[in-house]
Design a protein around this ligand. Structure first.
Ligand SMILES: Cc1cc2nc3c(=O)[nH]c(=O)nc-3n(C[C@H](O)[C@H](O)[C@H](O)COP(=O)(O)OP(=O)(O)OC[C@H]3O[C@@H](n4cnc5c(N)ncnc54)[C@H](O)[C@@H]3O)c2cc1C
Length: 310
């Protein structure tokens, strides 16, 4: 960005702009070079202004949530990286005549906390999400899910802000599939999810909390907690589990530099301390190659890549 563009960005977003901000601080992997400008947008007016500036000036931009499903390049990311804060990270509710209740959550709101609060109140539907880190925007984009539940079918509306304005869309269940939302391709590079309305029903609070406790226990037992990661690295192939295939190929504990296949859960690639994105990528490719050779299955990364990779 040139001085004029920098100045314009600061006029729009004020103290929300951080120059050369290390994205390793904004990813659960604790990996990633600097964003040329990390911009915290606290309302739709600021967000739209920044998107318009980027379009007019040809500045590349991306939005991130809490970076819990991201591998960011060591060289960092050119242009603007947006995060949603303030008004865009709040939540509220509204009820409908059919007895359902909609939680209205900002794209930057914490997903796990939202789910947990709903369960505590005796609302059913979001039990699966209590252990899923990240934001509501990230969860919608990824169609986040666990234990047979996922966010897609619960969504009543999704609000998208782009350089021209805001649009509320009503998604259908078919728009969502395993860890993906059809709309995310259209949104990618065009707009930002600023709000989601999530439909819930009242349920039996004791049963709801018992389910949450079961899921918490399963996560504690099965997932590595001592090292940074981005959760499950690969998508499960149809009818099988990526973790089972990787483990069957004897790859638990395989390392490239400080990146390692978790000895506890084979579908977690972990940062044992100071790993680079290049190391994680080499490990990813090695795992893909070995699994393909041994089983014929091509594993696809669930984790999104951000920035120019080697
Ligand atoms: C320990 C651990 C456990 C996990 N367990 C699970 C699990 O059980 N199930 C599961 O599904 N996932 C799981 N994940 C992965 C991750 O938490 C989810 O994919 C989560 O929904 C990502 O949210 P985020 O806000 O961190 O998104 P990010 O990782 O920041 O971004 C992911 C993608 O969403 C896009 N995006 C983010 N916000 C917006 C927005 N407002 N508008 C438009 N696009 C946006 C980004 O551009 C990027 O392409 C786990 C991760 C970790 C670290």
């Amino acid at each position: 960005m040139n001085d004029r563009q920098r100045h314009h960005l600061e006029t729009l977003a004020g103290e929300g702009v951080e120059w050369q901000c290390p994205l390793s601080r904004h990813t659960s992997f604790a990996i990633g070079g600097p964003a040329e400008a990390l911009v915290r947008a606290g309302n739709e007016r600021v967000l739209q202004g920044v998107l318009r500036l980027c379009r007019e000036e040809g500045i590349p931009w991306r939005v991130i949530g809490r970076g819990t499903n991201l591998l960011v390049a060591d060289r960092g990311v050119e242009g603007v990286v947006l995060r949603l804060v303030g008004d865009l990270a709040g939540s509220g509710e509204k009820s409908a005549s059919d007895g359902t209740l909609a939680l209205c959550a900002g794209g930057g709101a914490g997903f796990a906390r939202l789910c947990r609060e709903a369960c505590e109140r005796g609302l059913t539907g979001l039990e699966f999400g209590c252990g899923i880190p990240g934001t509501v925007g990230g969860a919608v984009c990824m169609n986040a899910g666990a234990w047979g539940g996922e966010i897609g079918p619960l969504l009543r509306t999704i609000r998208i802000v782009d350089a021209d304005g805001a649009e509320d869309i009503v998604p259908s269940a078919e728009d969502f599939s395993y860890r993906s939302w059809k709309g995310s391709a259209a949104v990618d590079g065009r707009g930002v999810i600023t709000l989601a309305e999530i439909s819930l029903r009242p349920g039996d609070r004791t049963e709801i909390l018992a389910r949450v406790a079961d899921y918490d226990r399963l996560r504690r037992d099965k997932q590595p907690r001592e090292h940074a990661s981005a959760g499950s690295f690969f998508k499960n192939p149809p009818g099988d589990s990526a973790g089972r295939l990787i483990e069957a190929c004897g790859l638990k504990g395989l390392r490239v530099g400080a990146a390692m296949v978790s000895p506890l859960h084979a579908n977690f690639l972990v940062n044992t301390g100071g790993a680079t994105a290049a190391e994680v990528l080499r490990l990813m490719r090695l795992v893909q190659e070995r699994v393909l050779q041994a089983t014929g299955v091509a594993l696809e990364a669930e984790v999104h890549l951000l920035g120019e990779m080697p």
